[in-house]
Design a binder for this molecule. Sequence first.
Ligand SMILES: [Zn+2]
Length: 274
Amino acid sequence: MLAAILKHLPDIDTPVLVEDIARRVGITDIRDMTEEGAISGLLVDGANATGIISCSAALSAPRRRFAIAHQLGHFLLKTERDDGPCTARDLSENRRDTPHRKQEAQANRFAAGLLMPKPLMAASLDSLGKPAIAHVAQLAAHYGVTIEAAASRYVDVTPSACAILFIKNSVVHYARASRAFPAMAIHRGDPAPPSVLSDKIDQPTAWIAVEARDWLILSRDVRSPKVSMQLIAKKNGLHLVMLSINAAAERRADEEDEKYATERPSFGRGADRR
Ligand SMILES: [Zn+2]
């Protein structure tokens, strides 16, 4: 679906003009909504040919853009929803363990792909170079999305082994990792390891080595990878955290281990290394 839309927009540029795109594919109006607790909703005609999107008037511009893209996802994916407008939780859903969550996660995936098209995002990441926590805010500004949406897309598209976490008052609020990153032991709602600490507001720290077992699920018989952490403290008690693993260095270390093991099959006395 997304590929079909993007094919019609060969010269798509950032920030993606989501309201224009919505109107071109059958959304006839985008209105304010006032319902308590609701962020945005969609009304479709019987044949699902046209629709009206509504958004809470209180949303910031990046949130509003994401909400419109999310509803456009429901509209184009023809999701049959009868459980009312979407909540803030729906707009950050990435679980797929119930039909409702799956629908919301699909709409979010659509929204992320529309607002941060993969070829553009891949080019952005390429030009930014090695992972760094400051990139997340730069990408958010460039694509007109929230920090959270930019972080999700970052780990989705990057070929690097990295993870991004939002930690507020020492509790994990958000944790997502790239495909190349090992399984994390820390999830939303968990207490953060004590190493997450910085008093320099809005300034990225240097990369520091952290204890891999604080963050990752590791079996006892494998060598722990070297995990580095960089973070930015925000005024409101929020810490944006990036974890990174140098995949090439880890591969080399694994190869070394293997070589060493095959070269020394005996239960060594220590000095007989060739
Ligand atoms: Zn929804």
